[in-house]
Design a protein around this ligand. Sequence first.
Ligand SMILES: *[C@@H]1O[C@H](CO)[C@@H](O)[C@H](O)[C@H]1NC(C)=O
Ligand SMILES: [Fe+2]
Length: 360
Amino acid sequence: MAGSTLSLPVIGLEVFLADPTSAEAIVSCKAVAAALQEHGALSIRDPRVSEADNGAFVDLMEAYFSQEASTKALDERPEVGYQVGSTPAFTEIPRCAADDECVALVERLLPDDKPAPFDTADAKERFFWRVGTPPPPGLATQFLSLHAVPVVPPAFADVWQNQMDAWGAKLLAAVRVVAEMLAVGLGLPQDAIAGRTDHAPHLLAPTGSDLSGAANARVGRVLAGFHTDLNLLTIHGKSRFPGLNIWDAQNHKLRAKIPDGCLLVQAGKQLEYLTAGHIKAGFHEVVVTDDTLTAIAKQTEAGRPLWRISSTLFFHCDSDSTLEPLPIFATPESFARFPPLLAGTQVQHELGLINLSAKA
Ligand SMILES: *[C@@H]1O[C@H](CO)[C@@H](O)[C@H](O)[C@H]1NC(C)=O
Ligand SMILES: [Fe+2]
């Protein structure tokens, strides 16, 4: 079990939004870079995003995931690696399971820092909805499956696009500013990282985990096994059910607590690539804990659905852009460890390793 609860640094975006060049803004930018380096994660407060916005989106997703499995199955698109529409439970396999180096790392962890078992497919379900601006015509992507036609669930046809786009746009705007602040915090031009994301296949990626019934509401049940995210940065609002554990750069396991009205941002593999490991992709897992059971009791009393929703967005680099160490991290050694690679190729390789597409 996680020993300690971590209150991640909370960084407000308002100072930077008001004037990105102010001395106060630069201090915040350095704090963003330091938090990602130390914890692989941070909490942010964006004055443009409210807890009510997150709540409205979580309500929609509770209704979506509460549908019959056979109804949700019509929204599956395995032929494009599930990159749009629904991914059923017990499909995605935790990334660590496919990685000998990761398995060896887990063996070295202290008992209190060990993750829950990660050798079977995740109990969570997910829905992928692409947000942002597609590659411009004439500059066509060579990664068509990452830019596939969106899926609109029939029962939600009248509201789906508006609500998904509304929450997606808020998270996208927030995380883009974090990418700008990170670049400034690293001593780079504001657009050095965010400028690589303008035509990327960003995915609004809410997960839903069924917590109804004694078998599902069992302490230790793994909803999402130990892994890092394959993308650049991940952002999400607060879930109604606790259970997220994160590992800091020293590989200590911590329970993540997100203050009301805040968003959690985590570093992914593409950021590790661009910074040549200066910022590491943050390990995390979602497991049912005593606190989850307390929330289940509370939601049951309130007559709410027992689905744990995470209101996640995966922020990506442009598929046809090259992942390689940024100039300040460029050395012969870093290029040997992180050789130039198209972001779309990296994504497809990772999707194979987590059982979302045929191994590339
Ligand atoms: C991999 O995904 C497929 C569905 O695409 C699923 O049927 C299969 O059980 C998954 N593999 C494992 C080992 O869980
Ligand atoms: Fe994740």
